[in-house]
Ligand binder design. Sequence first.
Ligand code: COA
Length: 261
Amino acid sequence: MENLNNLALERDGSTLIVTIDRPDKMNALNVETVEEFRTVFQEVYDDPTIAGVIVIGSGEKAFAAGADIKEIAALNEMNARKFAENGQEVFGQIENCPKPVIAAVNGYALGGGCELSMACHMRVASANARFGQPEVNLGVIPGYGGTQRLTHLVGKGKAFELMMTGDQVKANEAKELGLVNHVVDSQEELLPKCKEILDKISAKAPLAIGMVVTCINAVFSNEEDGYQTEANSFSNCVKSEDFKEGTKAFLEKRTPSFKGV
Ligand code: COA
């Protein structure tokens, strides 16, 4: 993965840390950055040595302060739909990733930044994090899936309020709303907390983890019967080697050793 101008990648064992690296622009997500996410996540899908991903913003102020307003200002009716659909596709790719993806929210997660964090499977925030969908201040609405995912996460009433007022929500309130899984006091604690969660998951059967992603996302799909998806996925798990190993290890009172097959 060469030629990334806006994302910095770092490996920590089987974890890939993806840092949005436009600190002078509050890590705003220009189209090039969104395309780089597409490239990076294709690699995450394909590379068997990557077991989980953490997405974070560079610097101490922002996770990502939205789509790039300069680019949004230049949109017209014709290309705006494509702009939104493209972002939705990439964020869908993140949401459907068969490996756990955690957003480490280290400051402002506004607009597309909030949408990116919501496309990740979980969110861990530092106390200085701020979430919001301020697009109405610009005369638009969220276009990268935010109207859907925020409503799924916080419920219809609060979603109306946040998207109509553009208000920002602090980390602890975001946790109360169900938007955030964990809050840590300082930015230094963010990556360790995310790694603690990923370490726990990495001891589980990888195929089963991928099936959890498929089934939870099926809840929000209009094309799938989630119960049917669950039954199919359950049966797929049962035919895996890891299922045999997991059940055998339990009965033999030992720790299972999963291979992802
Ligand atoms: N797109 C493009 N540039 C952005 C940006 C965005 N979404 N958010 C911040 N920037 C740029 C600013 O234009 C500024 O650039 P400059 O130094 O070349 O003038 C730089 O990042 C620093 O931002 P600044 O506003 O000076 O920092 P601040 O600490 O005063 O405020 C924010 C931080 C996040 C509250 C403020 O930048 C902001 O409200 N950003 C827009 C949020 C938004 O509406 N997002 C939704 C977009 S759809």
